[in-house]
Design a binder for this molecule. Structure first.
Ligand SMILES: C[S@@+](CC[C@H](N)C(=O)[O-])C[C@H]1O[C@@H](n2cnc3c(N)ncnc32)[C@H](O)[C@@H]1O
Length: 420
């Protein structure tokens, strides 16, 4: 793609042949659009077809004086209008527009290039998270006025929150609901309070079979775990930029609680793994690097034009680790297809089961300081291990607790059935 304003690739040969045949049979529907210098803005394929057919044609000339960015915007608008684009191409065009005009509000971009506000907001969120564009405090609306970013009220604002809200409402005694506006966070807290009251448990914490679930920061709640008492840490901390300073604390925590011969297995983010490794290695020793493969629909990183098929999975030990009769294990694992039923960052249960089953024995203690939707806890209980899970977010904790309770009830029912 060498033409300066060509925003989509050339048509594949078969579609180009169809376009030529269509022009021959029906004539030209939309004349190519050019700038004041005759450079094509829209209609690269039509122009090529017309030239190959030896046809005369006229063009629409844009008013002079437009900037390069204005011309690219017009090219995107016209392509979205005339060409059948895939969802992936649509999001790619929006991403390019956001990189050109990050200061335009979502609704302005949506109106100018002819897409939905919702899709612009989703693509913007992804680009901001990957630092491809800056997070601005204000955006320019379609009327040219600068407006501060509106902070959304968190009432089930996405599919995940809606699912969590529905599940929490299902578990909730309506009489415990606060009378004022209820958001998903408040609902999680109310359900947690109800569960604690029913079990006579301490603030925020729960016990399910051999699992202890602690609500709070792993640095504070983790203090309850004795030195050198843990047989495996299996965890998936957040990979965000803001979270980077916490990796060193995770390393310190793991170095304190792990047994000398035990491993700490962590997922890492594809774009933030270097900082994570720097933090972890301050207190831990790298045992081996590895990877988790994720099948299913391809996750896309628009800021880098990469389809994500795997992420780093790293294996760490205490500094004074000595290899004895530890089991052999694979440093790579292919996860089952991921679902996000219990947490927006939920991982598959198969890798948790594989590493818990391989690296520990029944009755051993497994810890996940970032419980999320409770995946590691479910795997640990299914395999008859003791488990401590810590989670800072009350909504995630309520969901994970309910999920782990269900899994434990299913395990007990299976044991009873087998015994009868
Ligand atoms: C990537 S998610 C874990 C997902 C989990 N593996 C699953 O499959 O559902 C990371 C979790 O760590 C929690 N978290 C972040 N900082 C924390 C902290 N300082 N202490 C405890 N939990 C924390 C987040 O709230 C989030 O739920």
């Amino acid at each position: 793609m060498t033409a300066p304003y060509q925003v989509l690739p050339d048509l594949p040969p078969e579609e180009f042949a169809d376009l030529k045949a269509d022009i021959e049979e029906h004539g030209l529907r939309y004349p190519p659009v050019v700038d004041e210098n005759g450079t094509t803005i829209d209609g690269h394929q039509r122009r090529r077809a017309l030239e190959e057919l030896g046809r005369d044609y006229h063009t629409i000339v844009l008013p002079p004086g437009l900037s390069d960015a204005d011309k690219r915007t017009e090219a995107r608008r016209l392509n979205l209008l005339h060409r059948q684009v895939s969802q992936e191409q649509r999001r790619g065009l929006i991403a390019d527009q956001l990189k050109d005009t990050p200061d335009w509000a979502d609704n302005r971009i949506a109106a100018v290039i002819g897409v939905s506000d919702h899709t612009v907001a989703a693509v913007r969120g992804e680009l901001e998270a990957n630092f491809a564009i800056a997070k601005l405090e204000a955006h320019e609306g379609a009327d040219g006025r600068l407006r501060a970013k509106r902070r959304p009220i968190e009432i089930a604002k996405n599919r995940h929150d809606r699912q969590v809200t529905q599940r929490l409402l299902g578990q909730c005694d309506p009489t415990i609901l606060p009378a004022e506006v209820l958001d998903v966070r408040g609902l999680g807290k109310a359900v947690n309070r109800q569960g604690r009251a029913a079990n006579g448990e301490a603030e925020g914490d729960a016990t399910v079979g051999t699992a202890t679930l602690l609500l709070g920061d792993f640095r504070e709640k983790g203090a309850a775990i004795a030195d050198a008492s843990v047989d495996l840490i299996f965890c998936d901390p957040p990979y965000t930029q803001e979270w980077l300073p916490n990796w060193v604390d995770l390393g310190e925590f793991a170095a304190r609680v792990l047994r000398r011969e035990a491993l700490c297995v962590t997922y890492l983010g594809n774009t933030t793994c270097l900082e994570a490794i720097d933090g972890l290695r301050q207190h831990l020793r790298l045992h081996i690097a590895g990877a988790l493969w994720t099948p299913g629909p391809r996750a896309k990183l628009f800021s880098l034009n990469v389809y994500i098929r795997c992420k780093p999975l790293f294996f760490w030990t205490r500094r004074d680790f000595v290899l004895g009769s530890q089991p052999w294990f694979f440093n790579g694992f292919e996860s089952e297809r991921l679902t996000k039923t219990y947490h927006r960052w939920q991982q598959g249960i198969a890798p948790a089961r594989y590493y818990i089953e391989t690296l520990t024995r029944p009755g051993d203690l497994v810890v996940d300081p970032f419980l999320g939707g409770g995946t590691t806890g479910v795997a640990a209980l299914q395999l008859g291990r003791s488990f401590v899970g810590i989670e800072i977010d009350a909504v995630a904790m309520a969901t994970a607790t309910a999920r782990i309770r269900e899994a434990e009830a299913a395990r007990l029912a299976a044991v009873q059935e087998a015994a009868s």
